[in-house]
Design a protein around this ligand. Structure first.
Ligand code: GSH
Length: 204
């Protein structure tokens, strides 16, 4: 039997999409969390010797004969797993539409990341203003349309929204009701709910 190991850090970040896909498809895997540190020998060695592009996440696929294949890039990992476990769409066109939505959410995630890693208070205020006045209206309008057209759930989206703290999420859901309904619906799926209850609590 093929075994899977997801190697990432102890936060949701770019590793959580794969974890959500594993949860949604009820697949066993090892959730290996390395220390997020520039001095941890295990992390340094893994990035240098095993990670295909020196960064995480990395999905390890351990074949029955013991051979290990390593896949980098969170979205490539997500696509591989979604295809493998039947979550990527039923035909070429559905898969292409799903890819487009994932890429759109990734564009949005760049803005979210800028905000959550900013330490300077003044810059944070500017980024927050930009998020609320420009980024949210710009992205959520389109994404809400796609949610309405689809009966599916967008795991990548619920993860990116989870990078925000509760107060920002509440503000978003006050205004974007379709987004809120989608978030509640996807997080209430039994397989996802089970993972959300047991996953380690992390800030982002
Ligand atoms: N585009 C890549 C980004 C990978 C990336 O930047 N990973 C960060 C963590 S989110 C990392 O490995 N940082 C540690 C380092 O750069 O040394 C992906 O989506 O996987």
């Amino acid at each position: 039997m093929t075994l899977f190991r997801l190697v990432y850090f102890d936060f949701k970040g770019r590793g959580e999409l794969a974890r959500l896909i594993f949860a949604a498809s009820k697949q066993q895997y090892e959730d290996k969390r390395l220390e997020y540190s520039e001095t941890c020998p295990e992390t340094i060695a893994y990035k240098k010797e095993k990670a295909p592009f020196g960064r995480l996440p990395v999905l390890e696929i351990i074949e029955e004969n013991g051979q290990v294949k390593r896949l980098a890039q969170s979205i490539a990992i997500g696509r591989y797993l979604a295809n493998k476990f039947g979550l990527a769409g039923k035909d070429e066109w559905e898969r292409a539409l799903a890819d487009a939505i994932v890429d759109q959410i990734s564009d949005f995630s760049v803005k979210v990341l800028e905000y959550i890693i900013e330490k300077d208070e003044q810059k944070l205020d500017e980024l927050s203003k930009d998020l609320h006045e420009n980024v949210f209206p710009n992205h959520f309008g389109y994404l809400e349309l796609k949610i309405k057209e689809s009966k599916s759930g967008f795991l990548h989206l619920i993860n990116i929204l989870d990078w925000f703290d509760d107060s920002i999420q509440s503000k978003i859901f006050e205004k974007y009701l379709t987004l809120k309904e989608h978030n509640v619906r996807v997080k209430s799926l039994p397989e996802i709910e089970e993972w959300l209850v047991k996953r380690p609590a992390t800030i982002y």
